[in-house]
Design a protein around this ligand. Structure first.
Ligand code: PPS
Length: 570
């Protein structure tokens, strides 16, 4: 049994006093300074406010190795996820252990100082294997580790100056100590937390309500608004949905608070981490569901973790976490009785209704009915506002392929066909055109090509966000860069990758610009396909080979694909 009052006593924070903060901020202005990434800002906030208690800063090398290997800090304390400050090689080269650095947010405001004790180059593949279970880029955190995070880690204690500034839902955000104080004020002693990154529907409402009853506890709905899985419903929409659902609980049993956590989707280890974080926020119970914080399928199409691995691991460490697990009942709707019931308690012969997440997205995408037994009309209305049917959303068609493969020609034909159909503005970001207007200073090194593609991705994502159609036609030879662009765009609309797979021999035979000849003669360096790599897309939405096929037919194949994806009304 957990010692109740303990969970409501104040928890240590890493902030200095107000007066010291002013002084420190002044002094810190002359320190070497690191502009934090959005994920680091989320981590820093929870470090400073005690959400990551007992951590005192970004992990040292010893703590990191120990956490990676055995889910424990070097002193033996349970801690499942490495909280590290990843930086670039250039920045790390100028920093020596023993030095202080300033940590700034994206506007340049100094939020904290870090007293660097450790600087090391981690073995990221090992981190991926041990922490996430596989060194597989299909896992969002593994992809982040290899393709977004910097190569060097800095560790050391944090001195907090001020929390990151939030302009949204300020009244709904609470530090661990604010929540503890709220629970004390309300007289709540047993509190069950519900972690979520999805909109709540009737089944969730029913299960959280039951969990609270079962634990004889009050309920804290504790949604993550920091970073979740790429492709999730944005947190602005979700919070409006949660607010609608909050009214459906019996008054004064339930509250909601927003958690600025950057999730890793690490399944079992993440569940343990979530538990520790909720303990720090004053909770006594925590709901762990089927496939908790699951990252989706691996590159072989299988689940990364078993559906109940998270519950098993949590149960194993329950005492050390200091929080009781309430296991999630899979709730389904029984038509005859017009109510939700746990799936494992239902007798044969009754009609059970269920709509999966995938099916819900399909219905939203296609503008189909979403029944009242499944969700609340207010929630569905909010979701429809942000997710109009696909045929009214913006999207991007991204052609990739060798020089001379026919990308530009097909892209031009596609643009004309889409303009003929009308309805949405169309912009063509052709390789050559972009290099003239957006990237004229860039060459063809890997670094420059990546910058070029990211610029195209950025413009395409803005077009997509604003409901237009972006057609891109660069070579884009690198898989990881194409993936980064896909992620940028999928936040706002569909991304349709078209691999123009005309073989090198055919491109070279055509040699429409005479560049292959020059490349063979060594007069053009780093020429894709000749003296520079082209990584073929493994699973593009569409692959076309222009050998012996006319342009009109290729463009038509793209149109058919777009229709099939529901992006243009048939
Ligand atoms: S990348 O890799 O995606 O940034 O390339 P991209 O912006 O599409 O530019 C490719 C066009 O530039 C011409 N060109 C070269 N291509 C590849 N390698 C080298 N070294 C090179 N130098 C110049 C070439 O005409 C490409 O145009 P397309 O339309 O693809 O033939």
């Amino acid at each position: 049994v957990i010692d109740m009052p303990n969970n409501l006593a104040p928890i240590p924070e890493l902030y200095v006093s107000h007066d010291s903060a002013q002084k420190l901020k002044h002094e810190a202005a002359s320190l070497p300074s690191w502009d934090m990434t959005p994920r680091q800002i989320c981590d820093l906030e929870l470090l400073m406010n005690g959400g990551f208690n007992p951590l005192k800063g970004f992990l040292s090398e010893d703590d990191y190795n120990s956490v990676v290997d055995s889910m424990r800090l070097a002193d033996g304390t349970l801690w499942p996820i490495p909280i590290t400050l990843d930086v670039s090689e250039e920045f790390a080269a100028g920093i020596e252990p023993g030095q202080d650095i300033a940590l700034r947010d994206q506007e340049g405001v100094i939020l904290a100082t870090l007293s660097v004790t450790d600087r090391w180059t981690p073995d990221k593949s090992r981190e991926a294997e041990k922490v996430f279970g596989a060194d597989d880029l299909a896992h969002p955190a593994v992809n982040y580790l290899h393709n977004v995070a910097g190569p060097v880690y800095l560790g050391g204690a944090i001195t907090g100056i001020q929390p990151p500034v939030h302009y949204d839902f300020r009244g709904r955000r609470d530090t661990p100590n604010e929540l503890r104080a709220l629970f004390r004020k309300l007289g709540w002693r047993r509190i069950v937390a519900f972690q979520t990154r999805n909109p709540l529907h009737r089944a969730h409402q029913e299960l959280t309500f039951r969990a609270a009853k079962e634990a004889q506890a009050n309920l804290l709905i504790h949604p993550v608004v920091g970073m979740t899985k790429p492709g999730d419903v944005d947190h602005f929409t979700r919070v409006r949905c949660y607010e609608a659902v909050l009214d459906k609980y019996p008054q004064s049993t339930t509250t909601m608070s927003l958690l600025n956590l950057a999730m890793r989707m690490a399944g079992p280890r993440e569940a343990v981490w979530h538990g520790i974080i909720r303990r720090n926020h004053g909770c006594t119970h925590f709901i762990v569901g089927r496939d908790h914080a699951g990252p989706g399928k691996n590159s072989a199409g299988q689940d990364f973790y078993g559906p109940y691995d998270a519950q098993d691991l949590f149960r194993q460490y329950e005492e050390e976490i200091g929080l009781e697990m309430v296991d999630f009942k899979h709730m389904v709707y029984v038509q005859e009785r017009a109510q939700y019931e746990p799936a494992d308690e239902i007798e044969d012969g009754v009609t059970v209704l269920n709509i999966s997440g995938t099916e819900l997205r399909r219905r939203l995408a296609e503008g189909l009915e979403i029944p009242e037994w499944f969700s609340f009309p207010e929630v569905v209305k909010e979701l429809r506002r942000t997710r109009p049917p696909r045929s009214r959303q913006g999207f991007t068609v991204f052609f990739t392929g060798l020089s001379g493969s026919g990308k530009s020609t097909i892209a031009n034909a596609l643009m004309v066909k889409l303009m003929e159909m009308g309805g949405r503005p169309v912009t063509l970001l052709d390789g050559d055109v972009v290099r003239k207007h957006l990237s004229s200073e860039l060459g063809f090194s890997k670094e420059h090509r990546d910058i070029n593609i990211r610029r195209i991705g950025y413009v395409a994502s803005e077009i997509t966000k604003n409901g237009g159609i972006a057609i891109c036609a660069p070579i884009a030879p690198y898989t990881s860069t194409r993936r980064a662009v896909r992620e940028m765009i999928e936040d706002y609309g569909a991304f349709c990758e078209v691999h123009v797979a005309t073989p090198l021999e055919e491109c070279e035979r055509r040699d429409r610009k005479g560049l292959y000849k020059l490349a063979r003669e060594g007069k053009i360096k780093e020429f894709t396909g000749i003296s520079d790599p082209y990584e073929e897309p493994a699973s593009p939405e569409l692959r076309v080979d222009t050998t012996g096929v006319d342009v009109d037919n290729c463009a038509h194949q793209v149109i058919l694909k777009l229709e099939q994806l529901g992006l243009i009304a048939g």
